[in-house]
Write a protein that binds this ligand. Structure first.
Ligand code: NAD
Length: 368
């Protein structure tokens, strides 16, 4: 039984699942958009053009310029193009990069966003925006960037390469994990978090065997929706902070970084987050959730060490410095020594081991 007190605010958005692009034109009309700019990453132009064709004269054009971490100078250039095209709404097609660029533009213009996500990153369900300038990623929350409609079509995800499928699925699971110990968690969020993590953990191994497995693609996108909704409803903690620094300052690939860091933060926070541990027990396999997750990752095609995605060991002190510079919520108090140990293990790809963490040893000695 859940005995804590809580508050929960539902998000004013519409989710359409599994109906293809057929509902899109009506959604554009219902939002009063007369000139929609279709936004995507450069390699998704063809899909974006298909989306633009679906809405006919309501499309102002295709902007195929989204890149990871939303550079500020890109936003400036795209804002000018939006003015030239007199667009009054955005359709973001693709992953978090396309949705992130649409959010940055909406933050300035106030125009509505329709999201058509084709990865599992979950940005479509959140009012969180991020813009990177001078190697520092600023983030914030604003209702104006929350997509008004999200169209989930599993058929659009069958081309998603195996490594992005796996790592962006892990990125989604990280939202669920941190939602389970968030200060603003609630029973409905915890249900979504467990179910979202379960769906993704079940679907990812099936996708690795067959990327065109429609049932697994549907299950993964369903899990991504729930995990994204957790991100949208709660405050994230240490895991997101670390990945944010690693992505913003060291330009590490977003989803891969989340995937590698995830079991290490799970192990670090576990002694202070019993609700998270009990919700995730059994979800990734037998045993404690951080070891089970790490073992699941060993069986999937993904990098397992931060060293493999471009971090140098000599960068770790700067990551620790930035991740401890300002206070933020985390269930477990954070020390520089602990973070350093955690990051060295994640950098080397070692198994997460709470007993190697400095404050864990202090806690164990105090209790013995
Ligand atoms: P991404 O959007 O950069 O996509 C990775 C690559 O996959 C791109 O080249 C993209 O075009 C391609 N791709 C996308 N869908 C495809 C498909 N179905 N088939 C083939 N290729 C496809 O990666 P991502 O992991 O989705 O997003 C990462 C970005 O999103 C980061 O900048 C991150 O900060 C941001 N993000 C923001 C939030 C938020 O709430 N604000 C949440 C999660 C992620």
């Amino acid at each position: 039984m859940f005995s804590d007190c809580f508050s929960y605010t539902g998000q004013p958005m519409r989710v359409i699942f599994g109906q293809g692009l057929a509902p899109l034109a009506e959604e554009v009309r219902a939002l009063g958009i007369s000139r929609a700019l279709v936004i995507c990453s450069p390699d998704r132009r063809q899909l974006a053009q298909t989306v633009a064709d679906t809405i006919g004269t309501a499309a102002a054009g295709v902007l195929a310029e989204a890149v990871m971490h939303v550079p500020a100078d890109l936003v400036d250039r795209c804002e000018q193009q939006c003015r030239n095209l007199t667009c009054d709404g955005y359709i973001a097609v693709g992953g978090g990069s396309a949705i992130g660029l649409a959010k940055a533009l909406a933050l300035r213009s106030g125009a509505p966003i329709i999201a058509v996500p084709t990865t599992y990153a979950g940005s479509e369900m959140s009012s969180v925006w991020g813009i990177t300038e001078n190697r520092v990623k600023r983030t914030g929350r604003d209702r104006v960037v929350l997509p008004r409609t999200v169209i989930y079509d599993p058929n659009l995800t069958t081309d998603l390469p195996v490594n992005i499928s796996v790592t962006s699925g892990m990125n989604a699971i990280s939202h669920a994990m941190e939602g389970l110990y968030a200060p603003d968690r609630s029973p409905i969020v915890s249900l979504m978090a467990r179910e979202g993590a379960r769906a993704l953990a079940a679907a990812l191994p099936l996708l690795v065997n067959d990327l065109t497995d429609h049932g697994a693609r549907s299950e993964a996108l369903y899990g991504a929706w729930l995990c994204g909704a957790v991100l949208g409803a709660t405050t994230m903690s240490l895991h997101h902070k670390l990945c944010h620094v690693l992505g913003g300052t060291f330009n590490l690939p977003h989803a891969h970084t989340h995937a590698i860091v995830l079991p290490h933060v799970l192990a670090f926070n576990a002694p202070f987050a019993p609700d998270m541990v009990s919700a995730l027990t059994g979800v990734f396999g037998d045993g404690d959730p951080w070891t089970a997750l790490w073992q699941l990752q060993q069986s999937l095609p993904m990098p397992l060490a931060l060293a493999d995605v471009g971090l140098r060991e000599s960068d770790i002190p700067e990551v620790v410095h930035q991740a401890t510079a300002n206070p933020y919520h985390n269930p477990r108090p954070i020390t520089g020594d602990d973070l350093h140990t955690l990051l060295v293990r994640a950098w080397a790809g070692h198994q997460p081991d709470p007993s190697t963490i400095h404050s864990y040893r202090v806690l164990s000695e105090e209790s013995s």
